[in-house]
Design a protein around this ligand. Structure first.
Ligand code: DX5
Ligand code: ZN
Length: 217
């Protein structure tokens, strides 16, 4: 199974994003965490920053929207040319309509689930999405511990994706490091977000390679 390593710039130096992106240019995608201080108790940046990141990044953008009113805002992020835009199920009034709109604009459409959100209502809707993001921490902050009790949720999505032979990527985000990535991979994840474990490393590119090896098993 193909795997992808997406470093999260939430753990990068916010005033030096251009040079930070060069340090992880060997990664598959760059994970961009947009937070609005409402959906999560933390604030990062919005549309103008994502537009600029899109212009300077050597690799495509995997935008993770942790914002309220996703129906209103997610299409604007897709319009920046982002490779994928993932919104939270809890913040969208009509996830299927929104995903269709994102695809129409040309982005891959992702749906994210907080740890407390049941995945069952979404399993029949998987053909509408290109990516499911199973959060393995409460969204809002980097550097938290991987929630092992999310593994049954990962396995449910993996089973449904395989049973229907869909090309839906299964992403994990939160507490992913050289150890937990193996556990996530064993439980069906194929797309891995890693913030602190990549940017805290002396050589972020080497850490990306290590994660890639571990994910491949
Ligand atoms: C958390 C963000 C994550 C964060 C992960 O709400 O969605 O993308 O950057 O950071 P680590 O890898 O440090 O847990
Ligand atoms: Zn994220």
């Amino acid at each position: 199974m193909a795997t992808r390593i997406n470093p999260s710039i939430l753990s990068a130096d916010f005033v030096n994003f251009e040079s930070e992106l060069k340090r992880i240019a060997n990664a598959d995608l760059v994970h961009v965490d947009v937070m609005d201080n409402h959906f999560v108790p933390n604030l990062t940046f919005g549309l103008p920053m994502v537009q600029r990141l899109q212009e300077v990044s050597p690799i495509p953008l995997d935008v993770h929207l942790m914002i309220d009113d996703a129906d209103r805002w997610a299409p604007d992020y897709a319009e920046t040319g982002a490779f994928s835009v993932t919104f939270h199920a809890e913040a969208a009034s009509d996830p299927v309509a929104l995903a269709r709109r994102l695809r129409q604009i040309g982005a891959r459409a992702g749906i994210a689930l907080k740890p407390g959100t049941d995945v069952s209502p979404y399993l029949d809707l998987l053909p509408e999405f290109d990516q499911v993001l199973v959060m393995t921490v409460e969204p809002g902050f980097g550097g938290q511990s991987f929630m092992h009790d999310m593994m049954p949720k990962l396995r449910s999505v993996r089973s449904a994706v395989n049973a229907a032979e869909l090309d839906v990527w299964l992403q994990v985000d939160g507490g992913v490091n050289a150890e937990t990535i193996e556990i996530a991979a064993e439980n069906g994840a194929d797309t891995f977000v890693a913030g602190s474990s990549v940017f805290a490393a002396d050589d972020p590119a080497a850490q990306v390679e290590l994660l890639r090896e571990r994910a491949a098993g």
